[in-house]
Design a protein around this ligand. Structure first.
Ligand code: J2J
Length: 542
């Protein structure tokens, strides 16, 4: 067995054969998908990012030259690269360069900080870290200085923009240099990040074969063509804007990706009008902002045909306002970086589009809805969603123990979501069994933040739960038992977590000091009781 096979869990041979025979897995790498477009329509506009406009020929050429530069520096297929870039042209040049070389990117979110990035580097023995000079008021070069002592595997730090002491990305483009053969499409292509409910984030190994199938099939479901122009508002490395159908689905269809630098509605609307955008994807909290802006600026969205909303629960009341206010079709998307993605279809009527989160991409997505004992619930009843299929992973990277709990013995992924399925096979998300907070689409593992807080000298014990929020859907609240009657306040908690290098979205929004934490009958902290206590308290407030 090769070392790589020990690190991740490939699909069993009989499943792999079936997925190949069904035509899902096409033995095409992510880079060769781009190369095929560059061959077929070299001059077609592939990417708009700020002032940069790259056609398919240029995007492929830059990726190849960068791959050559990385290779010349001694970087080799199979090595890992932690990539933390905002929405910019370099994001895709770097991604496709790494795919060409057969290196495996880990796409960190721009919001991640020392704690997350150092963990990604350590857990994957990353050979290289690639970041921007600065973005959103944060200097990533300062992060590098803190990172280097924590990540001894790093051989190179590469910076897009003003590189300071590190290697400028611009210096790595090499022409006419040798490259190794392309990687095998059945092997790993890169890592997605898990929303997570455990002490440390989990890495999701995706293959060229499975990922390409997921976004190619998504592109078909969403009716993408060469005429499609996709506005990428969310961070480009997140699974939703990357693959559902996202930028990769658009490249597969030969359309154009337009990058917004952030979630600003004004910027998005300008780009939609200027580039004749046809499709965009949002998390629910952005939707009311778009509805308000559209009322003030009628006509700006004339080209928009489809608005996708996903990442967190999108209620029917708000959903009902989308089509009349924006003049485009709404699509609900319920997906996960581990695999399974559900869509309402373009020809679905309001009952499905407003009240369900869609149905799976593939006829070979197997879905089970079970009770606490893993027994199927009655049709239409709420239960735990388990799934397996041609683009759902069979295990996290280097996580043998956790995989025992996160997957059934026959390879179904335990999503942690509570869903019901109607007679037509459409799923409705009814809740969550996993210990996570979904803060407007940003996922927070309670245990991860609790572990950090337990290191605070004034914290005796802590439990973090979700509280409902009219804007973000959920925010996080930390219940803390302080040590020795010493009160601890939210600003101290926030400063402490920032100091520990945690991404800002994980900092609790609210703090409750308590003497004890309620327990379940088996002696675990009862988060259900905590959520109820919080709801009562918030309801009693004016
Ligand atoms: C309720 N909960 C949802 C929805 C995701 C497409 C779209 C989203 C993601 C994503 C993705 C939800 N209603 N419509 O990867 O390709 C919650 C569920 C799920 C978790 C996964 C994609 N859409 N969720 O959000 O890996 O709890 O992927 O298990 O970030 O988000 O989170 P993530």
């Amino acid at each position: 067995m090769s070392e790589q096979q020990l690190d991740w869990t490939p699909w069993p041979e009989d499943f792999a054969r079936r997925y190949r025979e069904a035509g899902y897995w096409q033995s095409q790498t992510l880079f060769s998908m781009l190369a095929a477009q560059a061959e077929q329509q070299p001059e077609k506009l592939a990417l708009v990012a700020g002032k940069q406009r790259l056609n398919y020929r240029e995007l492929k050429l830059y990726a190849e030259r960068l791959a050559a530069g990385l290779y010349a520096r001694g970087l080799r297929p199979g090595q890992r690269a932690v990539v933390q870039l905002p929405n910019c042209a370099e994001f895709f040049i770097v991604a496709f360069a790494l795919f060409r070389l057969g290196m495996l990117p880990v796409f960190a979110l721009p919001a991640h900080r020392r704690a997350e990035v150092s963990y990604f580097c350590q857990h994957t023995d990353a050979a290289v870290y690639i970041c921007a000079d600065q973005h959103g008021g944060f200097d990533y070069r300062a992060l590098v200085a803190e990172l280097l002592p924590l990540a001894p595997s790093l051989q190179h730090v590469i910076v897009a923009g003003d590189a300071g002491d590190y290697t400028p990305l611009n210096s790595l483009y090499l022409m006419d240099q040798p490259l190794p053969a392309e990687p095998d499409a059945s092997g790993l292509a890169f890592f997605q990040l898990s929303g997570g409910s455990t002490g440390v984030p989990k890495l999701i190994p995706r293959t060229h074969d499975d990922y390409l199938y997921s976004f190619a099939a998504s592109a078909e479901i969403c009716g993408l063509s060469r005429d499609s122009v996709y506005l990428c508002v969310l961070p480009a490395g997140h699974n939703f804007p990357m693959s559902s159908p996202g930028s990769f689905g658009v490249f597969h269809a030969g359309g154009t990706v337009v990058l917004a630098s952030g979630p600003s509605v004004d910027e998005s609307f300008e780009l939609i009008e200027a580039e004749s955008v046809t499709i965009a994807a949002l998390v629910p909290p952005l939707v009311p902002l778009w509805l308000d802006a559209a009322a003030k600026q009628p006509g700006k969205l004339a080209s928009l045909r489809l608005l996708q909303v996903g990442g967190a629960k999108f209620g029917p009341e708000l959903a009902a306002r989308v089509e009349p206010a924006l003049g485009c079709k709404l699509q609900q998307v319920f997906g996960m970086a581990e695999g399974l993605v559900n869509y309402t279809r373009l020809d679905d009527g309001p009952e499905r589009v407003l009240h369900t989160q869609g149905r799976p991409i593939s006829a070979d997505d197997e879905v089970r809805i079970v009770d606490d004992e893993d027994q199927p619930v009655a049709p239409g009843e709420v239960g735990h969603l388990l799934t397996r299929g041609p683009y759902t992973i069979r295990g996290y990277w280097r996580a043998a123990d956790h995989n025992q709990r996160a997957f059934t013995a026959d390879g179904f992924y335990r999503t942690g979501d509570l869903v019901s399925m109607n007679a037509d096979g459409y799923l409705t998300v009814e809740g969550r069994a996993k210990d996570q907070i979904n803060r407007g689409g940003e996922k927070i593992s309670a245990e991860e933040v609790e572990n950090h807080l337990l290191a605070h000298p004034l914290v005796r014990d802590v439990a973090i739960v979700a509280m409902s929020d009219p804007y973000l859907g959920e925010r996080s609240c930390a219940f803390i038992i302080p040590r020795e009657q010493q009160a601890i306040r939210l600003p101290q908690v926030a400063a402490f977590l920032r100091e520990r290098g945690l991404a800002a979205y994980k900092i609790p929004d609210r703090l409750e000091l308590v003497d004890t934490l309620p327990q379940t009958s088996v002696g675990k902290v009862s988060k259900k009781t905590l959520r109820q206590m919080l709801e009562q308290k918030l309801a009693a407030q004016p």
